[in-house]
Design a binder for this molecule. Structure first.
Ligand code: NAD
Length: 265
């Protein structure tokens, strides 16, 4: 048995860069047709869609702000218009607006919660509605699969990033509650919690001297690559993971293993 996703249709939010980009590419490589969502960066999303098509796959790019209910509905409607169904939804979009808590503006608190938590809820809700409406298409053991892109900060508190950590803590309960609720409909809901993966969101923290400092927090002693996360996403979306629901897969080189204790604490 392989991690193949042939004949399946996927939507990946925030796929114009970083983990979403790599995940959309990997899902396509595994055989899925992919709706490549972007928010503001149309060019890289369109380039990725064109690359997938050039490789013989199916893809299109579509702009939608995941914190906007109508925009999420349009993203699903466009996908359905093209391909008639949706089987895999990766709620990946996320952002940071960092500040010490005492200085954090309400606007920055709200924007991060709106995109990272409400956006993931709106995406998952649209997925569940579609999975229930279409039923078993015979392309996968499950009726539908949802993946939330969370973070190690769903369990590790993070000073100076209270909006982000709260949003990811929220994603954990969102994911597990949905998994419990829609399990009887054979819909699987899981999360991936990446550690430090080199992407646009954390460029400064993962390069040069900062990267060396970061190594203290990573028992496996390397910064993650977007492909590390993309491979986990293909696995969780595939029938290889059919008995896995309500789970968080930490793709973090051991960052959640209390690395401060690796040398006797
Ligand atoms: P990134 O900045 O490269 O990508 C974020 C993506 O989200 C972009 O494509 C962006 O366009 C999209 N996005 C932002 N606001 C949006 C909106 N309103 N509507 C639609 N899309 C929107 O960063 P990344 O590292 O690839 O992050 C992807 C996800 O992985 C995020 O949820 C992030 O929290 C999570 N994550 C990343 C790391 C890491 O180390 N890179 C670690 C843990 C978690």
């Amino acid at each position: 048995m392989q991690c193949r996703l042939d004949d399946q249709i996927a939507i990946v939010t925030g796929a114009s860069s970083g983990l979403g980009f790599a995940t959309a590419s990997a899902l396509a490589e595994a055989g899925a047709a992919v709706a490549v969502n972007y928010n503001s960066q149309a060019e890289p999303a369109e380039r990725l869609a064109a690359e997938i098509v050039a490789r013989g796959g199916r893809a299109f790019a579509y702009g939608a702000d995941v914190s906007d209910e109508d925009a999420v509905a349009r993203l699903f409607a466009q996908t359905l218009e093209r391909w008639g169904a949706v089987d895999i939804v990766v709620a990946n979009s996320g952002m940071q607006k960092d500040a010490p808590s005492a200085e954090m503006s309400l606007a920055d608190w709200k924007r991060v919660i709106d995109v990272n938590l409400t956006g993931q809820f709106l995406t998952a809700r649209a997925a569940i509605r579609q999975f229930m409406a279409q039923g078993d298409r015979g392309v996968s053991a499950a009726v539908g699969k949802i993946l939330h892109m969370s973070s190690v900060h769903d369990v590790i508190p993070w000073g100076g990033h209270v909006n982000y950590a709260a949003s990811k803590g929220g994603v954990d309960m969102l994911m597990r509650t949905l998994a419990q609720e829609v399990g009887p409909q054979r819909i699987r809901v899981n999360a991936i919690s990446p550690g430090a993966i080199s992407t646009a969101i954390n460029k400064e923290a993962t390069e040069g001297e900062a990267a060396e400092k970061l190594m203290r927090l990573i028992p496996y002693k390397r910064i993650g690559r977007a492909e590390d996360v993309a491979r986990a996403a293909v696995f969780l979306a595939s029938d290889m993971a059919d008995y896995i629901t309500g789970a968080t897969l930490y793709v973090d080189g051991g960052m959640t293993l209390y690395p401060g204790f690796e040398d006797n604490g």
